[in-house]
Design a protein around this ligand. Structure first.
Ligand code: SAH
Ligand code: MG
Length: 214
């Protein structure tokens, strides 16, 4: 496969956006989405302000795919007021809640990716319950504590097509470097035997779903 480069304007748009995706992991996310995007749609759990969605959307544009990105936009437990990664500029005083949706919209519009990245606003587990379309790539980066990351895996991974990519973010095997819930769910996916390990970049882990008869 010829190696597609992330267009510089989109790389800059991604680096400008608020979020939690270092450039090297964003580039790996883009490469993965380029490798799988032609098979079908890409789904992201955990949009926040659209940073990772720009990397995915850039690859969707290259491969003729589309990105659905799911978030209630009210913030995970670990980014609420009082937590280290809380951004007070995201508070909506009308409701006393966080709202990352306007930041997402601005980021995707300024990247020129509105045709490639589609926001689904709601709870991941509710959307998963009604989802029916097989996915070429699933990127799990929503709530990072035990309950949400488990529900994201259980609700969404069954929709991955054979040969599709299951990608986790924030995988920290060493407990001193980060939370363990995503790592435990990642290990569970590996232990299921349904996936083979494809690549690693920073805290990003790429698995590929093996065909049922493989
Ligand atoms: N991918 C983003 C970061 C996502 S942060 C980036 O690259 O910057 C995690 C996001 O998951 C938050 O925006 C939070 O609102 C969302 N989230 C957490 N639990 C959720 C749930 N149960 N349903 C939908 N979204 C959820
Ligand atoms: Mg993350």
């Amino acid at each position: 496969m010829t190696h597609v480069l992330l267009p510089p304007d989109l790389r800059h748009a991604a680096e400008r956006a608020k979020g939690f995706m270092p450039p090297n992991e964003g580039a790996a996310l883009f490469d993965t989405a380029c490798a799988y995007g032609a098979l079908g749609p890409i789904c992201e759990i955990g949009t926040y302000c659209g940073k990772s969605a720009i990397y995915l959307g850039a690859a969707a544009r290259e491969t003729g795919s589309v990105v659905f990105t799911v978030d209630h936009h009210r913030g995970s437990e670990e980014i609420q007021p009082g937590w280290a990664h809380h951004d007070p500029t995201l508070m909506d005083p009308r409701f006393g809640k966080m709202d990352s949706l306007p930041f997402f919209r601005a980021a995707i519009a300024s990247a020129g990716l509105e045709d490639n990245v589609i926001a689904i606003v709601g709870r991941s587990e509710t959307v998963a319950r009604y989802w029916r379309t097989p996915l070429a790539m699933l990127f799990i980066d929503g709530g990072h504590s035990e309950d949400p990351v488990t529900k994201d895996y259980e609700g969404w991974a069954p929709h991955l097509m054979p040969g599709g990519a299951l990608v986790f973010h924030d995988i920290y095997p060493d407990p001193s470097t980060g939370g363990q819930a995503p790592y435990r769910v990642f290990q569970r996916a590996v232990a299921s035997g349904d996936y083979k390990e494809v690549s690693t970049e920073g805290s990003l882990r790429v698995l590929e779903r093996v065909a049922a008869d493989a």
